[in-house]
Design a protein around this ligand. Structure first.
Ligand SMILES: Cc1c2[nH]c(c1CCC(=O)O)Cc1[nH]c(c(CCC(=O)O)c1C)Cc1[nH]c(c(CCC(=O)O)c1C)Cc1[nH]c(c(C)c1CCC(=O)O)C2
Length: 342
């Protein structure tokens, strides 16, 4: 049967006019209804672990805006948590993982895979409640990006600790990558079994690696994840989002085997269109700051993205997550512009 989900159809290689649209981090702090529920539950991780609340947060932006995609409400750092690190989100400070692998060996962690069970329950709840035209996206972080947090124990400048370990002790670092990779394959497999239609791999720090390190720690693990998932779920598209990859994007697209590539806002869409494999679906790549600015510059920036990708399957999105001070009206302006274009 032909899919009646436009976003899923585009990820499978069809072109749709206007393009389907969703926004990275579309569930979150810019929404008053999100902030209210988070306050009620006591914090971000509490929200993630309460499946009914996480399902509600997943659906909030759909009710308000009618996006074509719903993205599971969770975080990429639930994998380190399941691998045995303690995870805390301190208000205003960002995530903290302990012990950090810069000074503790991976073997000293005791994995707790049951920590992921609430996420699968969230997927089931959302899948049962979703409009039939909406595509449900699962996600995970890519091994490289997740490793940067596991090694440093927090977000770090230029991912220096992980990059240093990758040079000094590639064996130990490779073992961390392998552990994340295997947990990620199982995690995404189970999200798909629970009801997501497609998955996205967030590689937020892909841009910090030199070319040979990029091959080893971004392309190769992504390729192995894609192969393993495709063997189990040949019809479930995989979006790769290797933020900051710039000129390495064509190699990423060719070598990893992902079904679609997410582009960040620093990529010239005309260049991407000319240099990525013909017919490969792309996702992106409006500057989140243009969305905050609004007005005529926002319309012009949207049109530039739409025009550049008019000849290939395209999912309209931001180049990175929506910022927390984004006014609701700007999202409405974006949707009106994207949907009347095409
Ligand atoms: C690097 C990374 C993380 N998490 C994520 C990434 C990759 C994408 C990117 O680069 O943005 C991915 C992520 N995080 C979250 C989602 C949910 C789905 C979505 O709406 O896109 C997704 C897909 C929820 C979240 N994850 C987080 C929040 C904010 C928590 C809160 O409510 O205060 C949300 C809604 C917290 C988080 N989580 C992370 C950080 C560094 C932080 C703190 C900084 C910040 O708040 O932006 C790790």
């Amino acid at each position: 049967m032909k899919s009646d989900r436009p976003l899923l159809a585009v990820l499978r290689g069809e072109r749709r006019d206007p393009p389907p649209v969703w926004l990275m981090r579309q569930a979150g702090r810019y929404l008053p209804e999100y902030r209210a529920l988070r306050a009620e539950k006591g914090g971000f991780l509490e929200l993630v672990h309460d499946s009914a609340a996480a399902a509600e947060v997943t659906l909030q932006p759909l009710r308000r805006f009618g996006f074509d995609g719903a993205i599971l409400f969770s975080d990429i750092l639930v994998i380190p948590h399941a691998l045995g690190q303690d995870l805390r989100f301190l208000a205003g400070e960002g995530p903290q993982l302990s012990p950090r692998l810069v000074d503790t060996a991976l073997e000293q962690l005791a994995p707790v895979p049951a920590r992921l069970d609430p996420v699968y329950e969230t997927v089931r709840l959302v899948a049962g409640a979703l409009d039939p035209a909406v595509t449900f996206l699962g996600f995970a972080g890519s091994p490289w990006t997740v490793a940067t947090y596991m090694v440093a124990g927090e977000g770090s400048r230029e991912q220096a600790e992980a990059r240093r370990m990758a040079y000094r002790d590639p064996q130990a670092f490779g073992a961390i990558i392998t552990a994340i990779e295997q947990a990620t394959i199982d995690y995404l497999d189970r999200q798909i079994q629970a009801g997501v239609h497609a998955v996205q791999l967030f590689d937020s720090w892909a841009g910090s690696l030199s070319p040979d390190q990029y091959e080893t720690w971004v392309i190769a693990p992504t390729e192995r994840i894609v192969k393993a998932l495709r063997a189990r779920h040949p019809d479930t598209p995989i979006i790769g989002f290797p933020k900051g990859s710039g000129g390495k994007l064509p190699a990423y697209a060719r070598e990893t085997g992902v079904d679609a590539v997410g582009l960040d806002e620093t990529v010239d869409p005309a260049w991407a269109n000319a240099n990525l494999p013909e017919g490969l679906p792309v996702q992106g790549n409006l500057d989140p700051l243009a969305l905050i600015a609004g007005g005529a510059p926002l319309d012009a920036a949207i049109d530039r993205v739409l025009d550049a990708f008019a000849g290939r399957p395209h999912v309209f999105n931001l180049g990175h997550g929506i910022l927390l001070d984004t006014p609701i009206e700007r999202v409405e302006q974006l949707l009106a512009r994207v949907r009347k274009g095409g």
